[in-house]
Design a protein around this ligand. Structure first.
Ligand SMILES: Nc1ncnc2[nH]cnc12
Ligand SMILES: [Zn+2]
Length: 343
């Protein structure tokens, strides 16, 4: 039994939701990591599952990425990627997520000799099952690793060409500092020619200037994280005027020391500035919470009110790549459930 539950927490759990910032490799729970390591004969530098969890103490994005890439090394077969994605689908369904747009990092796998087609097939098969079993819709976003060269990105795009019908867009992730969006301007221009919409991580650890570059040089349609935009008033005005979505990940920001305290997170400031910000989980197996946990933690730490919670959910549908009709239908449902709820 949950004691002293805040009335708005029930609303958070009941609302249909979308998630727009989720790295599928970041949903690899330690239990699955261990099971796959054993099955595939991959050595892990941990004695047991508890030791893995104990190692999840990060002081920066890079300190997390080092473990994240090591963890992903247990993923070998198409079934492994299916199992990983299906486990996320079940968690997402439990959180009332009705639409999800997930990232995957093909270079993390092709660099280990896994064929480009393998992760794609496993992830896509699980997402197809999510649609048939739960009616959960999805998009898949191929992320380029920014710590690698643009030439490596072009080689990955070349490998993706036969599969473009299965890829809904491209993203940019990994170590941000020292790897500005401008490094990938030509690659993203080619992706645009191929009809692939772009998103990019920017302004997580990197400066507001990286957000400008993501908008102007990469034509990024959303900014992943973007929390450092508030250091530049002109940038905030631009993001608000164009309703450029920010896929904010509060527990990630806390775990990676982007903020010291969730109560000091600028989520409300972003909303008050008229930005299309919403909450996401990023790498939930590493950061201690899936989408509902992120929303519940923000509700408590920031004392979010009902209107703010509803705005976050409406924003997430607005920012999604669903059709205008699908967005409107889900937003009406959100408003109807919120209207009927107390709080
Ligand atoms: N939070 C994050 N920032 C950049 N790259 C990532 N890859 C996985 N999670 C990431
Ligand atoms: Zn991310």
């Amino acid at each position: 039994m949950i004691v002293n539950q805040h009335p708005l927490d029930q609303l958070i759990m009941a609302l249909p939701k979308t998630e727009l910032h989720l790295h599928i490799e970041g949903s690899l729970e330690p239990e699955m990591m261990f099971a796959l390591a054993q099955k595939n004969g991959v050595a892990l530098p941990y004695a047991d599952v508890d030791a893995v969890r104990a190692a999840y103490q990060f002081d920066s994005l890079q300190s997390f990425l080092d473990l994240y890439y090591a963890g992903a090394s247990v993923l070998i077969t198409e079934q492994d990627f299916y199992d990983l994605t299906w486990a996320y689908v079940l968690r997402a369904h439990a959180d009332n997520i009705v639409h999800t747009e997930i990232f995957y990092d093909p270079q993390t796998h092709t660099a280990r000799g896994i064929a480009f087609a393998v992760p794609l097939a496993g992830i896509r098969r699980a997402l197809a099952d999510a649609l048939t079993q739960f009616g959960m819709t999805s998009k898949l976003i191929l992320c380029f690793l920014r710590h690698l060269s643009e030439a490596d990105g072009f080689a990955t795009l070349e490998q993706a060409l036969p599969y473009l019908s299965q890829i809904d867009g491209v993203g940019l992730d990994s170590s941000e500092l020292g790897h500005p969006p401008s490094k990938f301007a030509a690659l993203f221009a080619r992706c645009a020619e191929l009809g692939l919409p772009a998103v990019a991580h920017a302004g997580e650890e990197g400066p507001a200037a990286y957000i400008w570059e993501a908008l102007d040089l990469l034509k990024s349609t959303r900014i992943d994280h973007g929390v450092r935009c508030t250091e530049d008033a002109a940038l905030v005005a631009r993001l608000a005027a164009d309703r450029v979505p920010l896929t904010v990940c509060p527990l990630s920001n806390l775990k990676l020391c982007v903020v010291d305290d969730l109560a000091a997170h600028n989520l409300r400031t972003l909303l008050n500035a008229g930005l299309c910000a919403m909450v996401n989980s990023d790498d939930p197996a590493y950061f201690g919470g899936y989408l509902n946990t992120n929303l519940l933690a923000c509700r408590a730490a920031l004392d979010l009110n009902k209107a703010e919670i509803v705005q976050l959910i409406l924003n997430s549908f607005e920012a999604s790549w669903l059709s205008a009709e699908q967005k409107a239908a889900w937003q009406q449902k959100v408003l109807a459930i919120a209207d009927a709820a107390v709080g």
